[in-house]
Design a protein. Sequence first.
Length: 320
Amino acid sequence: MSKSKLFWASILVGLAGMEACSAAGIAPPKRTSLAPLASATPSISTTATASETPSAPEEEEEPEPPPEPVQPPPPDKAPETKGMVLLPGGTFKTLMSARLVKLVPFWLDVAEVTAAAYEACVKAGKCTDEGLACGEKPNYRKWDKKSHPINCVDQSQARAYCEHVGKRLPVFEEWEWAARATTRGWPYPWGEGLGGEELCWRRSTRVESIGRVRHCNDEAKKDCFFVSGVVHEDRVEGTCPTRAYPAGNSPEGISDLAGNVGEWTQSEESANSFYACGEGWRQQYQLNMIETPCWASDPAEHLDSEGFRCASTAPEPAAP
């Protein structure tokens, strides 16, 4: 049989089968559609799961170390506290070292030691007058400077005086605590603002235009810059009498913590330098007065802008 005859014979057999099924009530099979094949290339998720790339743990802040106790040794004998004020102890972070320190209560002179008081110590044979004619504006043995702070003293001369009167030099942490008005933490002893009338300082300025002031950092007026601020037309040449600027007193009544003379402390910065604090009368730019409260100084140097005041450790309270 030819291929064409075979083809038509199969078609006829199929049709006959369909008719027989229909007559018997049997439905022909239904066509079912096939789901498309999955892609041979799987899709890649751009979002990593936590198990695949764990996120780095957040760094925990290190706890701040406990405050470092600062407790200078007591004086050899009971101090005369007349002319001193008792300051409370407390905890604060110093600007000089950024250390958290804890102070015990202490006494501090309300005024810088005067030229007259230091001269009396020399006459008593307990202090020396070496180097006291330093600089342009020394105060020692000047009849018109007796109420001014003694200047031109080195660190050992300042220490000897304080020991003679049963006191000691303050540590720089005590000095800064007093200059910041203790627990108040002010930028200046008297508060926030600085108008210029709170302290004895050179304030070398001149008016360039209304509301504009030219500040010069050197005598030759080469290093100058302009700021807006209060115009000062006067010029301080040398120290002023102690306590002459009551507007600059701290709330506890301590005077001249800024201006007049810088002040020696007993704090050693290194083997050959001690800290002195508070800018003296030679300062020309007002914002530097307490912004950097202390600096390292050669203990043997004599400056006409450096003096001192004394402190004393408060006695321990009596047991109940």
